[in-house]
Design a protein around this ligand. Structure first.
Ligand code: NAP
Length: 267
């Protein structure tokens, strides 16, 4: 299978790194195009894949086309490729752009699957939501599952839920990284060197995620187990609760979801 990646930026690059690390695609089976031939070539060189000086040429030899441009460019890029995309499978990772709009922009001749991966596909620990459009076949869905399960886990969802999935899972790693940065900064302020503080902070977030995923217990139950009355954890959690930490994080999720809805209305 040959893959074209339209937009070799952060997420396009992360997906490519993950696919290559998993062994499902070799460098000579992936071709990138970007906004300019020079940037496509630069990205291709750093990733060890092929580059194309135009989107159309990249798409022409591919069976599966990943759309990895920013939302503002998505529909015009697809419309400009309608001829080349005919009969192919287009997998979009673009936030907020509905699959029906993509299908229509490709003049109805392209099978479309909308997905929402997160940035951890780069290290094969991503979570990808897949929402098939009515134009795609069950084989297309299997192929999308095959690709994304090589770079993490896959959940099939309805397209209606993609806005909230985008907020929790697509943007969520950035929210968690802010928590990690803050935790590490607290460690530095308390006397740790930056590298040590970063490792402990990353380990703390990884520990929380591993406990939830591997025990199947709820985050609340696990948190309560490690919070002794009047202990150190209770002292810290008290500060977070006084500052409405949970409500602030929920507001961030709501803002990200609303932005995704806004983007889909503009498309
Ligand atoms: N960031 C995340 O965590 C995340 C998670 C899930 C989904 N997404 C979605 O992933 C998409 C890409 O995000 P990103 O963070 O990877 O953005 P990015 O780093 O800015 O990458 C966008 C890429 O699109 C290329 N591009 C721009 N115009 C183009 C055109 N006309 N033809 C071909 N390529 C073009 C850019 O080329 P140049 O390199 O030449 O500028 C760049 O390589 C977005 O739609 C976003 O909603 C992001």
């Amino acid at each position: 299978m040959k893959y074209a990646v339209i937009g070799g930026g952060n997420m396009g690059g992360a997906l490519i790194r993950g696919m290559m690390a998993s062994g499902i695609a070799k460098g000579n089976e992936i071709i990138i195009s970007s906004s300019t031939p020079a940037s496509a070539e630069k990205a291709a060189l750093s990733l060890g894949v092929l580059s194309s000086d135009s989107n159309a040429k990249a798409v022409s030899g591919a069976g599966i086309v990943f759309l990895c441009v920013k939302p503002a460019q998505a529909l015009s890029v697809v419309a400009s490729l309608a001829g080349e995309l005919a009969g192919k499978l287009l997998i979009s990772i673009v936030a907020g752009i509905q699959s029906e709009e993509l299908h229509r922009s490709a003049l109805g001749a392209t099978r479309v699957i909308r997905t929402m991966p997160n940035t951890a596909v780069r290290v094969r620990k991503g979570v990808t939501a897949i929402a098939p459009h009515s134009s795609c076949t069950s084989e297309d869905l299997d192929q999308a599952r095959h690709v994304f399960s090589s770079v993490g886990s896959v959940l099939e969802v309805t397209e209606k839920s993609l806005d909230i999935v985008t907020a929790v899972s697509g943007s969520g790693p950035a929210f968690a990284l802010l928590m990690l940065e803050s935790l590490a900064q607290g460690g530095i302020t308390g006397g740790l060197d930056p590298e040590t503080a970063k490792i402990f902070a990353a380990g703390a977030l990884a520990a929380a995620a591993a406990l939830v995923l591997e025990t199947g217990e709820s985050p609340r139950a696990l948190r309560e187990q490690i919070t002794s009355p009047s202990g150190t954890t209770a002292a810290g959690l008290g500060v977070l609760e006084e500052s409405n930490f949970s409500s602030i994080v929920q507001q961030a999720v709501r803002a990200a979801k609303n932005r995704s809805v806004e983007l889909s209305k503009k498309s």
